[in-house]
Design a protein around this ligand. Sequence first.
Ligand SMILES: [Zn+2]
Length: 78
Amino acid sequence: MSRLTDETSVSTVFQVDLSNRSSWVWKFFHLEIYKEDDEWCERDVICKIETLIEVKCEQTYQTESSIGNLIGYLLVEH
Ligand SMILES: [Zn+2]
């Protein structure tokens, strides 16, 4: 089955805090997960840095993105 990317096909999406993972980059991203056929699936990785007061960046990455990609993004964009 193909990966869900269409927002309308996703019923409920939850945000998961990953700051307990080993890499420091997870302090700056959270993971979105959704339930499909009683299984939790990972959807996207979202940047949670505030670019302005109470305005989140919300840059979205695929969960397949490497830690190196995420670090590169943080260094260049933030
Ligand atoms: Zn960002």
